[in-house]
Design a binder for this molecule. Sequence first.
Ligand code: FES
Length: 106
Amino acid sequence: MIRFTFVKPDGAEVAVEAEAGTSVMQAALDNGVDGITAECNGSAACATCHAFFDPEIVDQLADMSEHEDDMLDFAAVERRPESRLSCQVPVCDVLAERKVTLPDAQ
Ligand code: FES
């Protein structure tokens, strides 16, 4: 299990543990973390699982597909360099003890 922390839009932090390979979106849903809508259930088709990852590690996460890159342009909150669709990011060791911040809107 890999432990990391979600920072919700109100600033509250929720530490979670998830199996490697589980999507970050699924880890949020499994742990009752609100702030991720995930309307398309992980198909990279809705951009309602937008999240900001720690800039120090964002380049070490699973590669971003062209499709994910395109979809991030439709996120409700403007994307940043550390933006990802959390359904496309598997939990992995580099996330350990890091923070994933959820935007104000999805
Ligand atoms: S859940 Fe829809 S894009 Fe991630």
